[in-house]
Design a protein around this ligand. Structure first.
Ligand code: GTP
Ligand code: MG
Ligand code: ZN
Length: 309
């Protein structure tokens, strides 16, 4: 029997099979996925289930089916891949202009992690707050690269109907930092969701992690996954030498540098750096790239160090 994982807490997974919901554990405690992973199962996973006929409403997960795609990040603390949501048609990355502060580098990282695998919709929520020119400049730049950017306010309802239309008949996962309004927006789209909404703490001007685990839910026109706020997104499965291939605005310049293997950093005759200098690539995007590159190199060094121990 096959089901869809709606959420998991403490290794107990709520799995939907048709109209029925089962509480499942992993058979034999460990799932054979062939990889070292932080979590073998995420919201949105398709799994094989054995129903426990002695315990009503209970079952065992015996297998995770191959994923169409997965939105993952590198979990620095554990040194493993952490999957946030699987098998989605659209990743909706929510941002806010002021509170919590606008963090375009977060979105840049989400775009790198999904460039070849999942379509992304960028959403600037809380447009009832002040929007400064830096925010608008970044939005224009993403649009120029061909990304879909949408503006909403869960508070006033502006842009919510249009967002609802974009989510029709698909499975979409909402991601973003804590406090940007993921759960609020989902509740505005479908009041029946009734997701818990938190506060943006005055002291730190950031969210308080109201949503604790990713939850998949259905509404009459589709399926959504609400996820907990994430602080950091580190690229997964990308070697430093090819990071630039995941930056959409860098693509026209790749292969045109003097060095055949160019990291686009200090190398002379670098076409990417030339493009940054004359404004064909936004300097902000280049800074995002340099930070991701540094993080990837750091991780490789850490791993080397670990192996030598
Ligand atoms: N002004 C304004 N406030 C909003 C808007 N959307 C959400 N908020 C507020 O922002 C705070 C955080 O909202 P949540 O929906 O809990 O944010 P979240 O992204 O789900 O946060 P986590 O679950 O912690 O990841 C709440 O106080 C909301 O009322 C908006 O469009 N405008
Ligand atoms: Mg939430
Ligand atoms: Zn270069």
């Amino acid at each position: 029997m096959q089901g869809v994982v709606r959420y998991g807490i403490n290794n107990i997974y709520t799995v939907k099979i048709g109209d029925q919901t089962l509480e499942c554990r992993i058979k034999g405690k460990k799932l054979q996925t062939g990889k070292r992973e932080y979590n073998p199962i995420s919201a949105g996973d398709l799994v094989d289930i054995e129903i426990d006929h002695n315990n009503t409403g209970k079952g065992m997960i015996t297998h995770r089916q191959d994923r169409k795609n997965a939105f993952s990040r590198w979990n620095r603390k554990r040194g493993t891949v952490q999957t946030i949501a699987s098998n989605v048609d659209l990743l909706v990355c929510i941002m806010s202009p002021e509170s919590p502060p606008f963090r375009p580098r977060f979105a840049d990282r989400v775009l790198v992690n999904t460039e070849d695998t999942i379509p992304v919709l960028l959403v600037l929520n809380k447009i009832d707050q002040e929007i400064d020119s830096e925010v608008l400049m970044r939005i224009e730049d993403w649009k120029r690269m061909g990304y879909d950017v949408h503006m909403t306010s869960a508070e006033t309802g502006e842009g919510v109907d249009e967002l609802r239309l974009k989510l029709r008949d698909i499975t979409a996962a909402f991601v973003g930092q804590s406090g940007v309004g993921k759960s609020s927006l989902l509740n505005a789209i479908e009041p029946g969701f009734n997701f818990k909404v938190g506060e943006v703490s005055e002291k730190f001007n950031k969210g308080t992690h109201t949503t604790c685990f990713a939850v998949m839910d259905n509404w009459d026109a589709g399926t959504i996954i609400d996820t907990p706020g994430i602080k950091e997104i580190d690229p997964v499965g990308i070697e430093p030498e090819v990071l630039s291939h995941f930056m959409r605005d860098f693509k026209p310049f790749i292969g045109k540098c003097s060095h055949s293997v160019c990291l686009h950093r200090e190398e002379p005759g670098c076409a990417v750096k030339d493009a940054v200098e004359d404004g064909r690539i936004l300097d902000e995007r280049y800074q995002s790239y340099l930070r991701m590159l540094r993080d990837l190199e750091q991780r490789i060094n850490d791993n080397r160090y670990r192996k030598e121990e």
